[in-house]
Design a binder for this molecule. Structure first.
Ligand code: PA5
Ligand code: NI
Length: 196
């Protein structure tokens, strides 16, 4: 038997990074171009092109059935117009693969959506263990004033389908209101059939 070797990574709880991470992905506003509802605000902020989030991939693990991948995500605080900074959001390429998020710091929402456009929002704050069931698209949104940090653990063969969200969007968006964050219908939502 060719055993894969056990390993440990330490998450730096002061900032969500993983020292020794094998890849750090940085996503700037231009990487999410077209995803924010307020196109004028998005265009205005593109000059500055702020960093929206980082993903720290813990280790080189085979992307095969049976293995788990794990990473931290650090979403910066801020808004585009009224809409909070967020991740791109995706379905899993193998849509029946689930995922667990464990929130380490900050405040936010885990927005999920079925392919039919039914939306669910779960609270994210330190200690929250949020389950993303099979078939649900998912996006994290920082509704606080500090970095939103969470650890994600998911089947190594899950893969990413970004196209469905990039083209159809989420049915709802999260905007800043006088009484805090609120979910409102996404005026740009086209649905998961947008690609057909
Ligand atoms: O596996 C996940 O769902 C997360 O690690 C995300 O990939 C991460 O939060 C970044 O979001 P996205 O992949 O939608 O850009
Ligand atoms: Ni995922």
């Amino acid at each position: 038997m060719n055993y894969f070797e056990p390993l440990t990574r330490f998450v730096d709880l002061t900032n969500g990074t993983i020292p020794g991470a094998h890849v750090v992905q940085r996503r700037y506003l231009e990487d999410l171009r077209g995803l924010f509802a307020d196109t004028a605000a998005e265009a205005a902020l593109l000059d500055e092109n702020p960093l929206l989030y980082e993903v720290h991939e813990a280790a080189v693990i085979p992307k095969e059935d049976g293995h788990l991948l794990f990473s931290t995500t650090v979403v910066r605080p801020g808004t585009v117009g009224e809409e909070y900074f967020m991740t791109k959001g995706h379905y899993h390429a193998r849509a029946d693969r689930s995922e667990l998020y464990y929130c380490l710091a900050g405040e936010g929402l885990l927005l999920m959506q079925t392919p039919e456009g039914r939306v669910d929002a779960q609270p994210m704050r330190a200690g929250a263990a949020c389950y993303v069931p099979p078939y649900w698209g998912h996006r994290s949104i920082n509704t606080g004033n500090e970095d939103l940090v969470f650890l994600a653990v998911y089947p190594a063969d899950a893969g990413y389908d970004y196209g469905t969200i990039a083209e159809g969007g989420f049915a709802q968006i999260v905007v800043a209101g006088a009484e805090g964050p609120r979910l409102v219908p996404n005026p740009r939502y086209l649905g998961s059939g947008a690609r057909d």
